[in-house]
Design a protein around this ligand. Structure first.
Ligand code: IMP
Ligand code: MG
Length: 180
């Protein structure tokens, strides 16, 4: 059985993703010229986006990853996020650009920004492919944003449902019977 049979609607097709990522890459290349930014991808969801974004960047840059996990409903209100994998290097004095797949409530990014800010980077900015504005519970400044999307659960292009669909090359919504 192919994954495509589970898809209800394509929200952002592959060519639109790639075109927007080229624009984001150009903006980053322009803004960080001479600064060699460190792109920090948030695993697992951001790995596909980061992979394409860094190839759209034409200046020297470096890549590192962090993995986070929220404690679940009980702690969502407090915004406490667990770091499952930390950066391999110090970011003191570095120009750090956090790259994530989607900003939903904003709790994860708010926590990451506080955590990384305390490590004295030279600058700290956020690049998110998707922005689910209606769900926001923490104000997060997104410096580079791919697309604003409505309040729907999306998969594909790195985003998963129960670990699946990350390899679908576009952003889509699944058939209702899949979410059970
Ligand atoms: P936040 O802390 O609520 O902003 O959650 C951000 C994280 O939740 C994202 O990095 C995703 O991993 C996950 N997430 C939020 N919305 C979706 C979605 O629609 N599909 C898949 N994952 C999502
Ligand atoms: Mg994530």
């Amino acid at each position: 059985m192919g994954l495509r049979e589970d898809i209800d609607e394509v929200l952002i097709p592959e060519d639109a993703l790639q075109a927007r990522i080229r624009e984001l890459g150009a903006a980053v290349s322009n803004d960080y010229a001479g600064k060699e930014p460190l792109l920090v991808g948030i695993l697992i969801g951001a790995f596909v986006f980061l992979s394409d974004l860094q190839r759209a960047i034409t200046i020297p840059c470096q890549v590192d990853f962090m993995a986070t996990s929220s404690y679940g409903d009980a702690t969502e209100s407090s915004g406490i996020v667990r770091i499952l994998k930390d950066l391999d290097q110090s970011i003191e004095g570095r120009h750090v650009l956090i790259v994530d797949d989607i900003i939903d409530t904003g709790l994860t990014m708010d926590y990451l920004l506080q955590t990384l800010k305390a490590r004295y980077p030279a600058s700290l900015r956020v690049c998110a492919l998707l922005d689910k504005v209606p769900r926001r519970r923490r104000e997060v400044r997104i410096d580079y944003r791919g697309f604003e999307i409505p309040d729907r659960f999306v998969v594909g292009y790195g985003l998963d449902y129960a670990g699946r669909y990350r390899n679908v090359p576009f952003v889509c919504v699944l058939k209702p019977e899949i979410y059970r």
